[in-house]
Design a protein around this ligand. Sequence first.
Ligand code: ADP
Length: 335
Amino acid sequence: MFKETYIKLTGVYLTIIMMISIFFSANIYVLSIQELDRGLRSIGPTITIQDDYSLPNSLRTQIEKQRVASYQHAKARVINRLLLINLVILVGGGLLSYYLARKTLQPIEEAHEAQSRFTADASHELRTPLAAMRTEIEVALMDPKLSLAKAKTLLQSNLEELAKLTDLSEGLLRLAQMENHELEKQELTMNTIAENAIGRVLAQAEKKNILIDSKVGAQKIVGDESSLTEAVVILLDNAIKYSPEKTQVQVTSKKTREGVEIAIKDHGIGIKATELPHIFDRFYRADTARSKQQIHGYGIGLAIAKNIVDLHEGKLDVTSKPGKGSTFAITLPAK
Ligand code: ADP
């Protein structure tokens, strides 16, 4: 699809270049011919004077012939030179137009590719739990002696899958909406965001006996309260998810040179250095999270958090040591 558009756009650019080139060539041609005519006319009288006194008829005809010949020759040279220049412009302009067409379309092509990748990844993530549910139901239906207890277990398992699918669809929707999300920026304090966010993950932390130790100050920032809370909830949720039971998660804040930083530090499984550059990509999950620990997730939380921080012109950093823990820090421009 893009190949065709490249060619079309190259054609449009080249047509513009050639129209300009032909316009100038035509003008140069007309001017050159006028100059030639004027030049020949100016040497005309000399021949006539010479002719009057001394030149025989045959010589006069010869000079006249030569004059016409050199006029034709000069005209041909002008035409040839202009044709050559236009040919060079056609070839050079063609290459330049193709280059410009690629440059113009590159961001659109990249966005299109990202969109296709996103759709493919999202479909893949949706298909896996759906296939699992379908198999479970089919197997149960084929069992003629299906007991009520077994049916209830099946329904329970299906319900869990459905809850995960709901999470996924909500995350996908959030990511899609993020593109044209209007922020409602207002003056906020860091501790308001931290308190809101901690409130939302407290039950989850208690289930794992994880203590959330918060030392967040009242540093002022400007931002969208619900989005920023959401970003901190994502980081806290991960800190709890990827930490063993009975550990601590520390939430702190401080003023830095770039603004105000809120950091979430856990003592969990950590992330390998090779995986760190990818964890903010959509659908990326580190090996440890995916296979070994069987921790539920779809790899879109950090992509959403990063998006929110970017929309606030802030930055989201991570430092981590496998087996020791991770620290995620959001820095927002200070008020
Ligand atoms: P999810 O948690 O749903 O897999 P995220 O986008 O939130 O998706 O995180 C991407 C990946 O980054 C996770 O799969 C996990 O491997 C890694 N990760 C994120 N936060 C932590 C953390 N606090 N400790 C260890 N690994 C983490």
